[in-house]
Design a protein around this ligand. Structure first.
Ligand SMILES: Cc1cc2nc3c(=O)[nH]c(=O)nc-3n(C[C@H](O)[C@H](O)[C@H](O)COP(=O)(O)OP(=O)(O)OC[C@H]3O[C@@H](n4cnc5c(N)ncnc54)[C@H](O)[C@@H]3O)c2cc1C
Length: 415
């Protein structure tokens, strides 16, 4: 039986973070990915927060970054109109990347550091006492296993580490990539070649838990919709139909004009914040990381999944090393539990616990979005007479001022 210090299951950001860190530390690590090539199963919106890669990945300056995000835009849409808030700065903390390419690049870093990456093989089982991973009909022995299988936690469930997601705890997202020229991307989004835009959308066409996104790549743009599974079921929404409606909206269609769709994908994303993180993140020396552990934070205007995934992988790797260096490799799971609970991942998810209640409130996705658009229409509609801001706001908020004040106070506190 072949033997490794650790086996990592899954070649997304979480698994790659773990394998890279272990390989860098001179450990004998094997990463197994079921996709034919690492990265090909990776689906996300488009933006990655850079801090964790700057901190842990040597040579990060050579990563396949499409553009650094210099413009953040939040757009409220109704059927025909929109209101946008834009923040523009030369300072940046995030970049747009094509995750498939980015994860492939990370896999090369793992191999350069001495880790073994095997793709096209699905791990069938993880067995305890003694610890073994079963893949391709063979057993592989190891001191620790890191399960980084993503949002479908088949192995983690089998081991009883976590339960499956409830419909209100996950969203389904579709993403399409449109080909344009680099100069078209620059002119349509009013940016230079290395500058990117992250544009999130609230309201039309979903008007409930979910929204749209556009991210600018170098010469393509990523466009998509996300909707929480329970809302999609309750309202009989097909996310594919939503994506089509979203694309056709006048404030989205203009960005895509003449572009050809070159890629289409769909995927689930954890949406339960801290409530989606199981009480225990390990069983014996098997640890769960990334989406499998529920490490995604959605605040409505930012979504953090990839940086938390990579970081949790690093923490698992450091726990295994610490346990081995201490002479008892079997303690890795317990050390990981402590490290994650003390880390910014749980810190951030706890800090934004109340964001879940805010995002639960569908009035933000519907009533208040429509109201914002109507107020703007009211003040910019100039005929012979025009409207005072005060009068427009009073009229549009009639009968709901107290409820609105309470809702906005909760958003102010929670987000
Ligand atoms: C529509 C959408 C938009 C998003 N937008 C953003 C965004 O803009 N920014 C952001 O930071 N996050 C975003 N996210 C979240 C982000 O994509 C995830 O949090 C992150 O990619 C999780 O990484 P992971 O490594 O845990 O899982 P994954 O990337 O899903 O990797 C899991 C890997 O494990 C492999 N695997 C599974 N089972 C097995 C097995 N039995 N054997 C071998 N291999 C296996 C899979 O093939 C896969 O490659 C978005 C998600 C979605 C769906």
């Amino acid at each position: 039986m072949e033997r490794f210090d650790a086996v990592v299951i899954g070649g997304g950001a979480a698994g790659l973070g773990s394998a890279y860190r272990m390989a860098e530390n001179g450990m004998n690590v094997l990463l197994i990915e079921r996709g034919e090539n690492v990265g090909e199963k990776s689906v996300y919106g488009g933006r990655i927060y850079s801090w964790v890669f700057e901190k842990y990945v040597k040579g990060f300056q050579d990563a396949p970054v499409e553009r650094w995000v210099k413009k953040e835009r939040l757009t409220f849409l109704d059927e025909r109109e929109s209101v946008s808030i834009e923040y523009s700065s030369d300072e940046t903390c995030s970049f747009v990347a094509i995750l498939t390419k980015f994860n492939r690049w990370l896999a090369e870093k793992v191999e350069d550091a001495g880790g073994l990456v095997v793709s096209g093989i699905k791990v069938e089982d993880v067995r305890l006492n003694p610890l073994r991973v079963v893949a391709d009909g063979e057993e592989i022995g190891c001191d620790a296993v890191v399960i980084a299988e993503g949002v479908n936690p088949m192995l983690a469930m089998k081991l009883g580490i976590r339960s499956d997601w409830k419909p209100e705890e996950v969203a389904v997202g579709v993403k399409e990539v449109f080909k344009l020229s680099e100069s078209e991307v620059n002119s349509r989004f009013d940016v230079e070649s290395d500058e990117g835009v992250a544009n999130l959308f609230v309201g039309y066409p979903v008007f409930t838990h979910g929204g749209g996104f556009i991210y600018t790549n170098r010469d393509t743009i990523s466009v998509g919709m996300v909707v929480r599974v329970d809302s999609a079921m309750k309202n009989k929404i097909e996310v594919y139909d939503l994506a089509e409606k979203f694309r056709a909206h006048r404030d989205v269609a203009g960005f895509l004009k003449g572009g050809s769709m070159i890629e289409y994908s769909a995927h689930l994303v954890p949406e339960a914040g801290i409530k989606g993180v199981p009480d225990a993140l390990h069983k014996d020396n098997v640890m769960i990381v990334g989406d499998t552990a529920g490490f995604v934070l959605n605040r409505g205007f930012t979504i953090r999944g990839v940086d938390f995934a990579f970081y949790s992988g690093v923490l698992a790797a450091d726990s295994i090393k610490e346990a081995m260096d201490g002479g008892d490799a079997g303690l890795a799971g317990q050390i990981y539990e402590r490290k994650v609970r003390d880390s910014a991942i749980i810190g951030e998810l706890e800090k934004f616990r109340k964001a879940l209640d805010v995002l639960e409130n569908t009035r933000f996705f519907n009533d208040y979005t429509r109201m914002m658009v109507e107020i703007m229409r009211g003040i910019f509609d100039v005929k012979e007479e025009s409207n005072r801001l005060y009068d427009v706001v009073m009229e549009k908020s009639r009968g709901r001022k107290i409820r609105m004040a309470l809702d906005f106070l909760s958003a102010f506190r929670g987000l």
